[in-house]
Design a protein around this ligand. Structure first.
Ligand SMILES: [Zn+2]
Length: 242
């Protein structure tokens, strides 16, 4: 009987333990903290409880963000954010980083600063309005990066022929390291800008609510009716009443 290596021994011991994700009763996968399902979620979304939010779900938030950019197109913060995003796509990061190849792919796919900023901004707005769906932790960091990389199709690789004769392909997904690095870069640079956008949108919401409240004010006598003018009394009446 062959003896087990230290890694095999560690793996066997670990796989008898329960997954670390709250409420999950499955066994751990390999030498990690989670079962296979939660390991995949952790790698893709930065958190065992993370999940995908589709581009279709974010469509109305992209529109909201674009409208904001249109309304403030002369503001220096908007111009600076678009310019930074465009330079990031064009120049990339260190060539050794896997982030660089993702940015290069997006730039050569025709992605430019405004569209990229809108894609990331929509995720930030969604997270703000639905914090239970994308909490402000690694899940937001990963989502910002993922939705930027989804602005253009992933590299497609041929992987064989289906039984019906059609070609099969797989799409190269950004790695966990790439998503974490790219998301962290976006958050550290654009975090202040996005906070300003949210404050401005909240201010607009408050003004809209205040107007709606004012328009719903009941037409009660005390609240809105002007004081009635005293009836004009004639000199003759005064004489009669004496
Ligand atoms: Zn699990």
């Amino acid at each position: 009987m062959t003896s087990k290596t230290p890694t095999q021994t560690r793996r066997l011991a670990n796989e008898r333990l329960c997954c670390d994700a709250p409420g999950c009763m499955l066994n751990r996968n390999y030498i990690g903290r989670f079962c296979l399902k939660h390991t995949v979620a952790f790698r893709r979304h930065g958190h065992a409880a993370g999940h995908s939010v589709s581009r279709a779900t974010l469509a109305s938030y992209r529109t909201l963000f674009e409208t904001f950019l249109d309304e403030h197109h002369n503001h220096p913060a908007v111009a600076a954010a678009i310019d930074w995003m465009e330079r990031l796509l064009k120049l990339g990061t260190s060539r050794a980083s896997s982030v660089h190849s993702e940015l290069d792919r997006l730039w050569h796919g025709g992605l430019r600063g405004r569209e990229a900023l809108t894609a990331v901004g929509a995720v930030v707005l969604w997270s703000f309005y639905y914090p239970s769906d994308i909490p402000d932790d690694d899940r937001l960091t990963f989502s910002m990066a993922r939705h930027l990389t989804l602005c253009r199709s992933q590299d497609r690789q041929f992987s064989g022929i289906r039984s019906g004769g059609k070609a099969k392909h797989w799409y190269r997904q950004p790695t966990t390291k790439t998503l974490r690095e790219l998301g962290s870069l976006l958050r550290s640079t654009l975090g202040g800008f996005f906070r300003q956008v949210i404050e401005q949108l909240e201010e607009k919401d408050r003004a809209t609510l205040a107007l709606a409240d004012a328009l719903r004010t009941p037409f009660t006598t005390n609240a809105t009716a002007p004081a009635l003018a005293e009836p004009v009394r004639s000199h003759e009446q005064d004489q009669t009443n004496v």
